[in-house]
Write a protein that binds this ligand. Structure first.
Ligand code: NAP
Length: 297
């Protein structure tokens, strides 16, 4: 059996189409243009690429994009002042502070200074708590994208055994909460877990967010499972050229699984699409408008 390949690129395109429609409806019907502010501190090259890509996609769906590029020596107080300005700006519905921040700035302090209703990354402590207690929250983009693909490909998730490999605050933990909310039986495994392969082998759904290239092996996968690979790892081939691979041994696992996300082209493209979805959700909530179907958890 060769698995169905879950095309995250196509899924992200259809999600952006929905967002474009919704944005144009908000403009025409209510005279509101959703706005996303992205704050970048310093010149980290990878962060610059992400921010550029976020800005481009924000404009492409018809939203306003506000880029705030601050120098690496920006003080914590200056950054907090900028966040406060964005919190009180009615044209800004979503705020994202690109991580990592320079070492002299307390990341948690900055994230928690964002108005939770505008926290489109879903990292604010009150959104974390809301998600954990089943209340309406802003949901972190990467796990939200994984959930959307799982719902599309597995249908109703209720009662399925899900194993999340990794317990980070940005992927593993919120992923587990979302699966629990959809009534899966959820196990989270990590670097101290004993019998990890055995636990994974009972899973109907495996979400790998480990940061270790090709970590999840085909022998661990139950026949017919759905495998979502969040990992992005750059490895060197024998000929010295670079290659992007996930946390799942894709070539072998696709012979066992029912469906699987590739790397690249799986979870990756969904992350920015979900950021835009969260911006629409935040915009609708702030104006007490009905939330569009299918854009949040
Ligand atoms: P992270 O913060 O480094 O967390 C990795 C998790 O994996 C930790 O919980 C760690 O366990 C666990 N782990 C590490 N080695 C392990 C091992 N040998 N056995 C079992 N568990 C192990 O990483 P992250 O931020 O969640 O990201 C995970 C991967 O997803 C990375 O490749 C990252 O680049 C990628 N990512 C992709 C996107 C996207 O948009 N596609 C977004 C975010 C992240 P402990 O807690 O015990 O240390």
């Amino acid at each position: 059996m060769t698995a169905h390949i879950i095309d995250g690129k196509a899924f992200a395109t259809s999600l952006r189409d929905k967002i474009t429609e919704q944005t144009s409806w908000l403009k025409q019907k209510h005279g509101i243009t959703p706005g996303l502010a992205v704050v970048l501190v310093g010149e980290d090259p990878a962060s610059q690429i992400y921010v550029r890509s976020k800005g481009k996609q924000t404009l492409e769906v018809g939203m306003n994009s506000y880029e705030h590029k601050l120098s690496a020596d920006t003080t914590e107080a200056e950054l907090l002042e900028r966040i406060h300005q964005l919190n009180s700006d009615p044209d800004v519905h979503g705020i994202l502070v690109q991580l990592p921040l320079p070492q002299h700035i307390d990341e948690a302090l900055v994230i928690n200074a964002i108005d939770a209703a505008k926290d489109v990354d879903g990292f604010h402590i009150s959104n974390v708590g809301r998600l954990a207690t089943g209340q309406k929250a802003m949901v972190p983009c990467t796990p939200l994208g994984c959930l959307m693909m799982l719902r599309e490909y597995c249908g109703n998730l209720s009662g399925l055994n899900a194993v999340v490999v990794g317990r980070s605050n940005i992927v593993g933990k919120p992923m587990a909460q979302l699966l629990l909310k959809d009534n899966c039986t959820v196990t989270v495994v990590h670097s101290r877990t004993q019998n990890l392969p055995e636990i994974v082998s009972h899973a109907d759904i495996v979400v790998a967010a480990v940061g270790q290239p090709l970590f999840v092996k085909s022998e661990w996968i139950k026949t017919g499972a759905t495998v979502i690979d969040v990992g992005i790892n750059r490895i060197q081939r024998a000929d010295g050229t670079g290659q992007l691979v996930g946390d799942v041994d894709y070539d072998a696992v696709k012979e066992v699984a029912d469906s699987i996300t590739p790397v690249p082209g799986g979870v990756g493209p969904m992350t920015i699409a979900c950021l835009l979805a969260n911006t629409i959700t935040a915009c609708c909530r702030s104006h007490s408008l009905p939330e569009p179907h299918g854009l949040t958890a």
